[in-house]
Design a protein around this ligand. Structure first.
Ligand code: MN
Ligand code: MN
Length: 480
């Protein structure tokens, strides 16, 4: 009888699975690269405090790297060929960067999609009023915030007034150390007996988030509401705007503090808007660093409106991405058809680049430790998001998870899996579900955070670097 070759048993070391702290794995040369990438990220989030600014700053970086405005090609009908680098911005808010690949677009793109809108406090359309000789701006918060975190901190006012003739007046007050800042007041503990009885969600209300704007009365004796009038005349002198111009303005209050390195070992970055500029920027940096012509067309998205459900004309629940892909297809082929567009989208692979929640020993009960990202254990791949029984999740396939494993492991990406909290604790979603509509393969993949949606969020430098490295490996991948 012929002896059958015995299948070699797996090595004991590879029989089990456990993640490891990335600092115990990476080389000194990589550590240096990690530091350089993080310093560049710090510079970006220092300047990019709103979705519009995030888009503007990204365009500067793209143009410096030779990316051209795709709309110029659309206007002239100039064809795009493999290796061409273009970007397409919508409403100054949502941005797509593309490097045309060797394969036809119908074979699919490799997409990394993050978002640049972040939780914040917006001014209402008729915001300015006077009460008790104080000028205040009435506000409406944007995204999921814990309201009590936004009082008593310095706030900067960023945004744009658009005049009826279309003229734009951009403002950013509170970032320069010589600028004034704004602030929402809170109650002193001495008089907070009633407030203490409320729940943490009720102690500060949405309508209670009005921001203090001034206290000096105008010298004009005939005016009522002299303090409000004085603020209007300051704004008019400096920016040429009137009270009516608030009607067509988008003004956002964001933390006035600059991002900083955190921890005595400088292992983290404390800053506003990591969710999701940390993934949007690392995606952007990956496409900027892409050398040569990729096999598949690379596409990086910096999206708007994710924090309020990806709704609106600049959100991924709209047809914006599909329309932009149609334009791209039209520029890369002589035979545009709806069927080819559908194939291009269906055959695409995507990393939905968004943040996840790190395991926090201060709040150990909300997570399942074996299925929660740990700081420094690398970029986190989240197979499904959603809440309750995975409701609202796009749940990536095992096959696609296997592709990502192969790509990341082959390229030395330190990575882990994790879901957002333990079962039935809460949940969340990303743009993944809106992209999955096209039948494309998509999985969430991003940086873990402490204090997500707080005015200042914390992210680990190694995880930020590994997100960059993972996105770059994914864009380059030839599916072989
Ligand atoms: Mn997010
Ligand atoms: Mn978020």
């Amino acid at each position: 009888m012929k002896k059958t070759a015995k299948k070699p048993a797996a090595k004991t070391s590879s029989l089990t699975y456990a993640t490891k702290n990335g600092y115990e794995k990476i080389s000194p040369a990589e550590l240096k690269h990690c530091e350089e990438v993080n310093q560049a990220y710090l510079q970006y989030i220092t300047k990019a405090k709103t979705e519009r600014e995030a888009s503007d700053e990204a365009i500067l970086l793209l143009e410096a790297a030779g990316f051209k405005d795709m709309r110029q090609y659309e206007k002239t009908g100039t064809r795009l060929v493999p290796g061409d680098k273009v970007y397409r911005c919508s409403e100054g808010k949502t941005l797509m960067a593309v490097v045309v690949g060797k394969k036809p677009l119908a074979d699919g793109m490799h997409i990394v999609g993050g978002h640049t809108d972040a939780p914040r406090i917006d001014l209402k359309q008729n915001p300015l009023y006077e009460n008790s000789e104080l000028a205040l701006f009435d506000t409406h918060y944007y995204g999921g915030i814990k309201k009590y975190q936004w009082v008593t901190i310095p706030l900067a006012l960023h945004g744009v007034f658009v005049k009826p003739d279309g003229k734009k007046v951009k403002i950013a007050i509170g970032e320069d150390p010589s600028d004034p800042v704004l602030c929402i007041t809170d109650l002193l503990p001495h008089l907070a007996a009633d407030q203490y009885k409320k729940t943490i969600g009720d102690a500060i209300t949405g309508e209670g988030l009005d921001v203090l704007a001034g206290s000096i009365p105008s010298s004009d004796k005939d005016k009522k509401e002299k303090v409000k009038h004085n603020i209007l005349s300051i704004l008019n002198k400096k920016y040429g705007v009137t009270e009516a111009d608030f009607l067509s303005a988008e003004l956002e209050l964001v933390p006035a503090a600059a991002p900083r390195e955190a921890g005595l070992d400088r292992s983290m970055i404390l800053g506003y808007g990591h969710d999701d500029r940390v993934c949007a920027w690392t995606g952007l940096r990956a496409i900027l660093d892409l050398k040569g012509t990729p096999e598949y067309t690379s596409c990086v998205l910096l999206c708007d409106k994710e924090e309020i459900g990806s709704v609106g004309a600049t959100g991924m629940a709209s047809n914006l991405f599909e329309n932009a892909s149609a334009e791209l297809l039209n520029l890369t082929t002589d035979s545009y058809s709806e069927l080819t567009l559908k194939r291009a989208l269906h055959n695409s692979w995507m990393l939905s680049a968004d943040v996840n929640a790190l395991f926090d020993p201060m709040f150990p009960t909300v997570s399942d430790k074996r299925n929660t990202p740990l700081i420094n254990h690398g970029v986190c791949v989240t197979k499904f998001t959603g809440s309750r029984g995975k409701s609202g999740s796009s749940d990536a396939s095992a096959e696609f998870m296997a592709h990502i494993r192969r790509i990341f492991d082959k390229n030395g990406v330190v990575w882990q899996t994790g879901e957002l909290g333990k079962v039935d604790q809460g949940g969340g979603g990303t743009i993944a579900q809106f992209m999955a509509r096209y039948g494309m393969q998509v999985v969430d993949c991003g940086v873990g955070l402490f204090s997500m949606h707080a005015p200042m969020e914390l992210a680990g430098k190694l995880d930020i670097f590994m997100a960059y490295k993972g996105y770059l490996a994914f864009l380059k991948d030839g599916r072989k």
